[in-house]
Design a protein around this ligand. Structure first.
Ligand SMILES: [Fe+2]
Length: 419
């Protein structure tokens, strides 16, 4: 029995939601189990993790695993640290770059945007996702500074990305789903939030997709264990079928497959200054995928998930998960922060922020068919200074003479761009 699937956004969304929900319920029933039973298995598994995190909150122990870059580079990370990374799905890498290096990159970015009159020419937010931050940009739609490219193609970045990628099972069924040792240099933006800033933050959400997670044939294969009676075998670290795409188009779409989302700190940031939070339970994805199939959700509703908006996680539908929301510890410039691509995350609100809040977004996006396809458009954008195809077409850097030049690409940079 094959599932109905839509490789492009369905034209009649409510009808498609009704159809896929009925088909998924039928498939679970055909396996000899009920939806409630399958969801219960996932709920029990998630509850154990949530209660462990709540206990850590109470005892004041840090929930986020922290690994020193030097240990990671030496291959001497203790096994229990790696086990904690797998259990929590998130990580702070301390001293990923020397602090002075990160602070110098931050100054270079200021020189780059000032020297090219970015603020005088800024036309306002190019999308509605970060639109609430106000007219003075905190998210800079800047992709091709030397600072960003140096970080993306650095040996230190490649080493951390390879370590994170290797937490995933990337070979199975006779297929090598991705190459853990080659990154595709996914270009993303910069955030510079000044001292004194007020910010409403970003609500709890996840980024791996929207309705396509249930509706495309690749995703139906990737999440097969949730619906075929073998829910116990669901593994959030299994890359099988995750790397073919596509995602339905939308303003927050990511064309690349990322094993981890991440950013590198360009300033020191205290844990209570409007920083990133996650629900550090990678298998919560199974909960999010199965929850809409329960009887208390109307037939044309996926617990609020729809196209062209981020996938919301909420107190209304996911109260168990919300109990585990955990912020990063204090970080210093040069530390990096990573979270599993399926994980719920948010940015806390802040009033009168103390100190700067500056980051470069650099994920781990290993070489795979999906990222190879996107790399072709990245190469073209790099050559012309365009905004990459996943982002609003703002193209501020086209005429900026001090963009990172092709001649400065090293071997990692060339490989990442598919050259
Ligand atoms: Fe996000």
């Amino acid at each position: 029995m094959s599932l109905p699937h839509w490789e492009e956004t369905p034209t009649d969304l409510p009808a498609a939601v009704r159809e896929i929900k009925a088909a998924l319920r039928d498939r679970i029933a055909a396996s000899g189990r009920t939806v409630e039973e399958v969801f219960g298995v996932v709920e029990d598994r998630v509850r154990v993790a949530v209660e462990e995190i709540e206990a850590a909150h109470k005892s004041g122990e840090s929930v986020w695993p922290v690994i020193e870059y030097d240990q990671l580079a030496a291959g001497s990370v203790p096994a229990e640290q790696i086990a904690l990374l797998r259990r929590r799905g998130c990580l702070v890498v301390r001293g990923h770059f020397p602090r002075e290096q990160a602070l110098a990159w931050d100054r270079d970015i200021v020189d780059y945007v000032d020297g090219n009159h970015f603020f005088e020419n800024y036309r306002g937010p190019g999308d509605d996702f970060f639109g609430s931050v106000g007219s003075k940009p905190e998210i800079y739609p800047i992709y091709w500074s030397s600072a960003q490219m140096e970080a993306r193609q650095s040996d230190r970045m490649a080493r951390v990305q390879a370590f994170l990628n290797s937490q995933w099972t990337h070979e199975s069924e006779g297929v090598r789903w991705f190459d853990p040792d080659r990154d595709s240099l996914y270009p993303d933006r910069i955030r510079r939030r000044p001292a004194g800033a007020d910010s409403d933050g970003l609500g709890t959400h996840l980024d791996p997709g929207t309705l396509d997670l249930w509706m495309t044939s690749a995703n139906q294969r990737a999440f097969r264990h949730l619906f075929d009676g073998s829910v116990e075998q669901y593994d959030p670290w299994d890359a099988a079928h995750r790397t073919d795409g596509p995602q339905y188009p939308g303003s927050t779409m990511c064309s690349a497959f990322r094993t981890f989302q991440g950013w590198t700190a360009l300033s020191d940031m205290d844990h209570d200054q409007g920083v990133l939070h996650t629900v550090p339970v990678p298998e919560a994805m199974a909960y999010l995928m199965l929850r809409p199939l329960l009887a208390d959700v109307s037939d044309d509703d996926m617990c609020g998930v729809t196209v062209n908006q981020v996938f919301p996680a909420s107190e209304k539908w996911h109260p168990l998960l919300m109990r585990a929301l955990s912020g990063i510890p204090d970080v210093r410039a040069g530390d990096s922060v990573w979270w599993h691509c399926d994980m719920i995350h948010s940015v806390a609100p802040v009033r009168d922020q103390q100190g700067w809040g500056n980051v470069m977004y650099i994920p781990a996006a290993p070489w795979c068919p999906r990222n190879e396809r996107y790399a072709a458009s990245v190469r073209a954008a790099f050559a012309t200074g365009d905004s990459p195809a996943d982002f609003p077409p703002e193209h501020y850097e086209r005429e900026w003479p001090d963009r990172f030049p092709a001649a400065a690409l090293n071997n990692t940079g060339r490989r990442g761009l598919g050259l």
